[in-house]
Design a protein around this ligand. Structure first.
Ligand code: CO8
Length: 259
């Protein structure tokens, strides 16, 4: 099948590789989020596949997070649908029966960090200029409650208070020290290490492994499924506020430098 924004391959019997491929920065538009969700489901459809490596086509950027242009002066209906697609992507990845390993090649702010935290294991390339974290407050927005919960689950309440409040972006070594990631490796090794890790998970008998994952993750997922439309409304109202729009517009202009 022809795909846009993602490439799916199967380098071994039990491990699939999903490559994020939306130039220039793998930002998550509605279509990109839908494409990633669909590719995860396709990989899950193969009974032999037990693990999935999530990587990037760009060796310096895993994902720049949500596509900010989706939130800049948006049509309300499109904005709501965009958010539903982001919720669905989270539910699909976080709840996948596959063991998921993020090969975090470079920058991974905000929505990029969300993708990484939704996986079971995180390997990041070294290089102190690369950053991962939830920098939403720097854009003048707040992470949704479920992303906050995921952050707290991953790094603990105190570090999450610091990380969210300051919109902190962590270097790989800082991220490792707070358990935001599990391993830091050389650029050229990241895929190999991620593949090896995926093979290790794929060898665990799936019944118990999946049941354990469900046990650890279902409460959070059930809560979001229940509050989905409330969350859409909250997101829409927050984004449509004039002050939020000013902040997003200014942040977008500060990026790239060509606008
Ligand atoms: N969305 C849309 N466009 C982007 C984004 C993005 N997230 N990031 C970068 N771009 C664009 C730039 O504007 C630029 O465009 P152009 O070439 O037209 O000028 C192009 O991509 C390349 O960007 P850079 O020149 O900045 O590329 P670099 O290689 O120098 O840097 C970085 C890469 C480090 C990834 C950098 O682009 C960056 O920091 N981007 C912003 C990342 C960010 O802050 N993302 C946060 C998004 S918000 C989010 O994900 C969570 C929201 C939670 C919900 C809120 C509820 C209220």
């Amino acid at each position: 099948a022809t795909r846009t924004y993602v490439n799916l391959s199967k380098p071994s019997t039990s491990v699939a590789v999903l490559e994020l491929d939306r130039a220039p920065v793998n930002s998550l538009s509605k279509e990109m989020a839908d494409a990633v969700s669909a590719a995860i489901k396709e990989a899950e459809g193969d009974d032999k596949v037990q693990a999935l490596v999530l990587k990037s086509s760009n060796p310096k950027i895993f994902s720049a997070g949500l596509d900010i242009t989706e939130m800049n002066n948006p049509e309300v209906e499109r904005l709501e649908d965009f958010w539903r697609s982001i919720q669905d992507l989270f539910l699909t990845l976080y709840g996948s029966r596959l063991s998921t390993v993020a090969a975090i090649e470079g920058h991974s702010p905000a929505g990029g960090c969300l993708l990484a935290m939704s996986c079971d294991y995180r390997v990041m390339t070294e290089g102190e200029n690369f950053k991962i974290g939830l920098n939403e407050t720097k854009l003048g927005i707040a992470a949704p409650y479920w992303l906050k919960d995921l952050f707290v689950k991953t790094i603990g309440n105190r570090e999450a208070e610091l990380g969210l409040g300051l919109g902190k972006l962590y270097s790989p070594s800082e991220a490792l020290s707070v358990n935001l990631i599990d391993e830091v490796v050389k650029n050229e090794d990241v895929l190999e290490v991620a593949m090896k890790e995926a093979e290790t998970w794929a060898k665990i008998p799936p019944k118990g492994r999946v049941a354990s994952k469900v046990m650890l993750r279902s409460e959070m997922m059930d809560e979001l499924r229940e509050k989905k439309e409330l969350d859409v409304g909250w997101f829409r109202d927050f984004i449509m506020e004039e002050g939020t729009q000013k902040g997003i517009d200014a942040y977008l202009k500060s990026l790239g430098g060509k606008k």
